[in-house]
Design a binder for this molecule. Structure first.
Ligand SMILES: [Fe+2]
Length: 239
């Protein structure tokens, strides 16, 4: 599996604080079956200053564990707009990971997202199931029509954020509003990967057919890590 959203660099955000914690998370990632991880720390001016050094250090630890680490970042929409000429994209592709935190999707959001698309980026919206509610579905559909991709968090599918978020995650999956499943892992306490657990929930909900899971957790993410210009991110629908 390939994880496109993970807070794995130490000492830069609310992810691990020490190299040992990063190593522990990487070992857990390996045990969960991950082969590739995109390091998507929260953007801050500090991260920008230290990114290369921190990334290289963590990539070397990842290599020792047998995991390929790729560069990336998780931007708030406003930051992505301000920095749009120098964003850290996912694995050097033209995909960027963006979160909209307000929980309110005003009409201005469409123009803002369009601005990013015009600048040449393909926008992936991080964890809509945690940022929005079923009342926002028409707006999320509209963003989907504009070419925005959606990343649902494994822990949400596994019920780690409560029943309401879990139900909404499955609703989005049934609507075809999910292109990637990722961990958004932060630590060994309450924000682990939960990919294997999510896979079991997914399998039960989808008549034990895991083709869609394979697309969301490996095939679509590989379009990013391989910077494929031939293959496209596929839309899947949970039955
Ligand atoms: Fe995140």
């Amino acid at each position: 599996m390939i994880d496109i959203h993970c807070h794995i660099l130490w000492g830069v955000d609310d992810g691990p604080q020490l190299p040992e914690e990063t190593e522990e998370l990487l070992n857990l990632a390996k045990a969960e079956g991950l082969t590739d991880i995109i390091a998507t720390s929260h953007y801050s001016p500090y991260l920008e200053q230290v990114y290369e050094e921190k990334f290289e250090e963590a990539a070397s630890v990842a290599r020792s564990v047998g995991i390929n680490l790729y560069s990336g970042c998780e931007y708030k929409l406003q930051d992505a707009l301000l920095l749009k000429d120098r964003l850290i994209t996912l694995a050097g592709s033209d995909f960027i990971l963006v979160e909209i935190t307000s929980g309110v999707l005003g009409d201005f959001v469409y123009n803002q997202v369009y601005d990013l698309e015009l600048a040449g980026y393909q926008v992936i919206l991080a964890h809509p199931e945690r940022s929005f509610t079923p009342a926002d579905l028409p707006k999320l559909r509209k963003l989907g029509d504009m070419g925005v991709y959606f990343q649902i968090t494994a822990g949400s599918i596994a019920g780690k954020f409560g029943k309401q978020i879990q139900r909404f995650a499955f609703k989005l999956l049934k609507e075809g509003l999910c292109h990637f499943v990722a961990s958004d892992a932060h630590d060994m306490r309450k924000r682990q990967f939960y990919l294997n657990l999510a896979e079991r929930w997914f399998s039960r909900a989808n008549n034990h057919n895991l083709n869609a899971w394979e697309t969301l957790s490996r095939i679509n993410p590989s379009v990013i890590t391989e910077k494929s210009t031939v293959r496209k991110v596929m839309q899947v629908y949970l039955v």
